[in-house]
Design a protein around this ligand. Structure first.
Ligand SMILES: NC(=O)c1ccc[n+]([C@@H]2O[C@H](COP(=O)([O-])OP(=O)(O)OC[C@H]3O[C@@H](n4cnc5c(N)ncnc54)[C@H](O)[C@@H]3O)[C@@H](O)[C@H]2O)c1
Length: 395
């Protein structure tokens, strides 16, 4: 397409690979350049897309052939790279978590406002089609007011191959930054009200994976709704059982492959683990192109309770449990995974519609993540807005 958004990629890793099918298929987007520290990834990108693989970040940011960037580098690099890109006049799609501190998230948001450029934080599971459909149904008021959300997810997150910083809480490691960022996005989208407080316990109970591996939280909203969020990444129970044995990325899962993540990790040295993580990234020959997932992505078991119905989300649609009747509203299977985030970002860049998951949205989600950790540390309720107020009081 002649007027396609010319997108530069910063970070050709696992996150990029999950978004790549939607990027490749969208004629409104042209993959116009990339930067990564890994030479093999840069070379493969240049070969596959016939586009420049830049030697430095600045070369990409100041290239006239790039209109916008997608930042999919490790969490702790997001702030500096996003701010540099916005100052260079590029629109920015930045992976979740937006950054590793609230102050950095606020700096990114301010840089977007100063530059007058579009900023979207995602993909997250808040973009998933069943979440959007349920959010619209809740907002329509058809079943009365939203009262409660129950969200739980039990995965093997902590036992997948990890980079060392992914297990270092001080650098944004553990499940709160990586996984609560999804779950909070989902419940905020469903409830559609500002969060008033968070009460939580975040746990770090396995010294072999020394970062927060689980949490449970009560999130209250300004108009009175409440959500309970539970997450465990300790690779014991697998809550995909509760969504018909469909995995997070929308593929069917074999329940008999119990314990695989732990068994595999037990055979790896620290160096092998880093290499195993690398094998899941772009530019590494071992990674074959995935076949498209038959179902929508999801983030575990989620029920929204309204005055007159409970809505259960699934990767295939919404089950509606009303006063006297039960109904199932199927949702068309996905044309492509993560298409929704590209729609929102491109729509914002082309001025078609304002993104929902903009800088302010990302900042508020991060304030909830930080509130979750703070609540656990201080054993008290924490208001995310107070954390943001404290931030704005600092010089
Ligand atoms: N939305 C999702 O579902 C999802 C899934 C996976 C990852 N992610 C996010 O993507 C980000 C990256 O995680 P990942 O799992 O893809 O990690 P990864 O290690 O697979 O990929 C990171 C990539 O960044 C490159 N890189 C490192 N330092 C760099 C630098 N200074 N400049 C340019 N490139 C650099 C690495 O070489 C690698 O290719 C994280 O923030 C993570 O939360 C999101």
């Amino acid at each position: 397409m002649a007027n396609a958004l010319r997108l530069g990629i910063i970070g050709l890793g696992r996150g990029f690979m999950l978004t790549l099918p939607a990027l490749k298929a969208d004629s409104r987007v042209a993959l116009a350049g990339a930067f990564d520290l890994r030479r093999e990834a840069r070379e493969r990108f240049a070969d596959e897309f016939g586009a420049p693989a830049f030697d430095t970040l600045d070369a990409l940011l100041y290239s006239p052939v790039i209109d916008a960037v997608y930042i999919a580098t490790p969490h702790e690099l997001h702030a500096e790279q996003a701010i540099a890109a916005l100052r260079a006049g590029k629109h920015v799609l930045v992976e979740k978590p937006m950054a590793t501190t609230l102050a950095d998230c606020a700096r990114i948001e301010r840089a977007a406002a100063d530059a007058g450029k579009v900023l979207v934080v995602g993909p997250s599971h808040g973009f998933d089609a069943p979440v959007q459909a349920a959010a619209q149904l809740v907002a329509s008021g058809r079943f009365g007011a939203v009262r409660m959300v129950t969200a739980l997810n039990f995965t093997d997150f902590m036992f997948r191959p990890r980079r060392p910083e992914e297990l270092d809480s001080a650098r944004g490691g553990g499940v709160v930054y990586s996984q609560a960022a999804h779950q909070i996005d989902v419940v905020r989208r469903l409830v559609g009200q500002p969060v008033s407080s968070v009460r939580a316990v975040a746990a770090n109970w396995d010294s072999s994976r020394p970062s927060e591996g689980a949490y449970t939280a009560l999130v209250t909203f300004e108009a009175g709704a409440a959500a309970s969020l539970t997450y465990s990444g300790y690779a014991h129970y697998d809550s995909d059982e509760l969504v018909g044995w469909i995995a997070e990325l929308g593929y069917d899962k074999d329940p008999d492959r119990y314990g695989e993540a732990r068994k595999r990790l037990a055979t790896l040295s620290s160096q092998d683990e880093i290499e195993a993580k690398l094998k899941r990234t772009y530019g590494v020959p071992a990674v074959a192109a995935d076949t498209p997932a038959p179902h929508h992505e999801h983030f575990g078991f989620i029920i929204v309770s309204c005055d007159r119905a409970d809505l259960k989300l699934s990767p295939k649609g919404l089950s509606i449990y009303g006063d006297t009747e039960r109904d199932f509203q199927p949702i068309e299977p996905p044309a492509l995974p993560r298409k929704e985030v590209i729609d929102e970002f491109v729509g914002g860049c082309l001025g078609i519609r304002r993104p929902i998951h903009d800088g302010r949205w990302g900042l508020d989600t991060m304030a909830c993540c930080v509130a979750l950790l703070e609540s656990s540390r201080r054993n008290t309720d924490v208001a995310p807005n107070q954390l943001l107020d404290t931030l704005s009081e600092k010089p």
